[in-house]
Design a binder for this molecule. Structure first.
Ligand code: LER
Ligand code: MN
Length: 271
């Protein structure tokens, strides 16, 4: 069964970004629970930003899962990426992601590699950047395995990366790895820009997909754009996707409305 989740950002520097809740963890958990969500996806400033005891209390009190943890603050706050030309910065990026994997892992949640993948250019060719990324995902996927969670790798649209932009490129790329614990994050906003056919891309990626960012064509909550959810829902059913469809969307017109709109769309198409 597909599970619903909603994002909360605890990173002021990401202000204006596609996260629904911005008023702290307790507020996000309370609102997510009252709307009937299954989990909360957390965009945190770093591995020590959240009190683990408090998060455990929220998870137990509201009976919600931590759906995933984002690692993008490594880029947003510290300018780190796994494909940086500078070896020291690449290592700092790995340390950051490793610690975020540990933070998520303690709460049974996978970490997401999105913007931390970086991009090729300058002294680094595309092939070299992909080799660096593959090497990082091998190690970090292995690191995640000890917590019994996958590592999620997210293809992004052309304006955010020049590495891997479609699901089929992502599947091919992951096939290169000897580690089989890395799975794809299918973000419908990025897919709407890059894929020929979103539903077909989901269907052919099958169990390579471990997580979905459930959002509309304009990155607003599902229902506020022109995405066709019927074929997307059919494809996710066909591949028996049983991970989280998580609302990574702008808080427009406000967080509460975006949260309600998303859960209504989730219940209509994916429940
Ligand atoms: C960034 O555009 C995105 O979709 C995030 O989930 C990854 O950091
Ligand atoms: Mn995303």
């Amino acid at each position: 069964m597909i599970k619903s989740a909603i994002t909360v950002s605890l990173v002021p520097e990401a202000s204006g970004g596609p996260f629904v809740f911005w008023d702290g963890l307790a507020n996000a958990f309370e609102q997510a629970a009252s709307l009937g969500y299954d989990g909360v996806e957390i965009f945190a400033p770093g591995p020590d930003a959240v009190d683990n005891g408090e998060l455990t209390r929220l998870v137990e009190h509201y009976r919600l899962a931590v759906a995933a943890v984002g690692t993008g603050a490594g880029m947003v706050k510290h300018g780190l990426s796994l494909t940086d030309p500078d070896a020291d910065k690449r290592e700092s990026a790995r340390v950051f992601v490793r610690q975020m994997i540990e933070f998520g892992g303690r709460h049974n949640a996978p970490a997401i590699i999105g913007s931390m993948q970086g991009r090729w250019g300058g002294n680094v060719s595309r092939g070299q950047a992909l080799d660096l990324l593959a090497d990082a995902l091998e190690e970090l996927g292995n690191h995640a395995a000890q917590f019994g969670v996958p590592l999620l790798y997210e293809p992004l649209n052309r304006y955010e990366t020049n590495l891997i932009k479609t699901m089929s490129e992502g599947v091919q790329f992951l096939d290169r790895l000897s580690n089989k614990n890395v799975r794809l994050l299918a973000d419908l906003f990025h897919m709407n820009i890059e894929e020929v056919d979103i539903a077909a891309a989901l269907a052919t990626s099958g169990d390579a997909i471990g997580h979905v960012h459930f959002v509309d064509s304009n990155r607003q909550a599902a229902g506020f754009g022109h995405m066709s959810y019927q074929p997307i829902a059919a494809a996710l059913k066909e591949i028996q996707f049983d991970g989280f469809a998580s609302a990574e969307a702008f808080p427009l017109p406000d967080s509460q409305t975006a949260a309600r709109m998303t859960i209504d769309a989730f219940n209509k198409y994916l429940r």
